[in-house]
Design a protein around this ligand. Structure first.
Ligand code: SF4
Length: 396
């Protein structure tokens, strides 16, 4: 707050940036034009002040994480998204895997004595993973462990499955809910604008279809997340257009919990020639997301994708959630050249990571119910010699 007051009393700042800062201070929504202006003209320190003001107004120092693991049914896929490092086409099946229902249940059972609260299921799109298959999988998981939250699949899979089953989205999502699905992760959104989507992911569901499936899900009383793949061939205008579609849908339903910006990584995919954006651009993007999406409660950074250190920094640029323990159960990040090749953190490591930058570590469940506040809990392996401090926010 103090930093923002200093900033809006500045005599030397660009008047347009000053005006936007005053709007944020008053809790007013910024426009699409103002969002693009921030991307084009605002520096990191200015954005940090605004985003941190919003972050701390909403959550104080609370920083959320959960205990989760992933199941990735297959890396084979009928689609051929240009940015995808994870999937193999069916003709390359020797390089892939495709788990059976029993193999996935065996993975679930490995966690029977562990205090995980969520299984996150997402992977490639294959004809044999159809409506019947996923209905049976979700029901079997819930029968085995009713308390484990099933967060699974994206509109990319749902669009394909329902089309194959010749049912409409609403019928399909009702069936998924009855089978045991509890929330939808944010994937498959990429960039909604057709100018970009048609170049990088042209065969899968459109942006409108992605939004429609989430809207139907929200109208069933359920929650979901949203992502944006940034830092490739899109312009700032496309990023703001993407967030504007999400903001409008959130105004209608209130069903989104978290927005997760996903950095484009350029290893092992068809866009290797495109350089990755800098960490500064990552932080600017988190901050502008926090400022623009005024009706989203949470902004999340996947520590496994951007590195533990950048995740710590991001907590001063609007981020209040750094995802979960993962337990080395996902290959999606590492195959794309993410910082962590075998992503797993113990609870104490996650708690330390958050405490080291002066924030309060809060374990949550998928729906952001608080499970445990770790602020005053000490672990034996806690890095006690480290000085806990919060990054100073620099003023313009
Ligand atoms: S991004 Fe998803 S839909 Fe696209 S090729 Fe990769 S796994 Fe398939």
């Amino acid at each position: 707050m103090q930093n923002l007051n200093i900033l809006i009393s500045s005599q030397t700042m660009d008047p347009e940036l000053l005006r936007i800062a005053s709007k944020v201070h008053l809790g007013e929504r910024i426009s699409e034009t103002e969002g693009v202006y921030l991307y084009e003209h605002a520096d990191l320190s200015y954005l940090g002040v605004l985003a941190n003001f919003i972050r701390e107004s909403k959550h104080g120092d609370n920083t959320y994480f959960n205990k989760n693991f992933h199941i990735e049914p297959t890396n084979l896929c009928v689609y051929d998204c240009k940015f995808c490092s994870y999937s193999r086409l069916i003709k390359q099946k020797d390089e892939g895997w495709a788990l059976t229902l029993d193999e996935m249940l065996d993975q679930i059972k490995k966690y029977d004595d562990q205090p995980v609260t969520e299984v996150h299921i997402v992977g490639g799109v294959l004809p044999q993973y159809d409506l019947k298959f996923y209905s049976e999988l979700f029901t079997a998981i819930k029968n085995h462990r009713p308390s484990l939250h099933v967060k699974a699949l994206t509109p990319v899979e749902y669009h394909y499955i329902f089309k194959k089953a010749k049912i409409d989205y609403e019928t399909g999502m009702k069936l998924m809910k009855e089978a045991g699905l509890e929330s939808i992760p944010g994937g498959g959104a990429e960039i909604f604008h057709p100018e970009i989507r048609n170049q990088i992911a042209k065969d899968k569901c459109t942006g409108e279809q992605w939004l429609e499936i989430h809207e139907i899900w929200h109208n069933l009383g359920m929650r979901s997340n949203a992502t944006m793949l940034y830092g490739h061939i899109e312009s700032y205008h496309h990023r703001i257009h993407h967030m504007e579609q999400l903001r409008q849908l959130q105004d209608r339903t209130g069903g989104f919990q978290t927005f997760i910006p996903l950095k484009f990584r350029n290893q092992h995919n068809q866009m290797e020639h495109i350089p990755e954006v800098s960490v500064v651009e990552d932080l600017r993007n988190y901050a502008i997301s926090r400022i623009y999406l005024d009706n989203f409660d949470h902004i999340k950074a996947y520590w496994a994708m951007i590195s533990r250190e950048t995740a710590q920094l991001a907590l001063n640029f609007g981020v209040d959630d750094i995802d979960g323990t993962l337990d080395d159960t996902t290959k999606i990040y590492s195959m794309a050249g993410a910082e962590e090749q075998n992503p797993a953190m113990t609870t104490s490591e996650l708690v330390n990571l958050i405490k080291q930058v002066g924030r309060r570590p809060i374990e949550r469940d998928t729906l952001y119910n608080v499970i445990q506040d770790y602020t005053d809990i000490k672990f034996e392996d806690e890095a006690l010699k480290v000085n806990y401090y919060k990054l100073p926010v620099i003023n313009n």
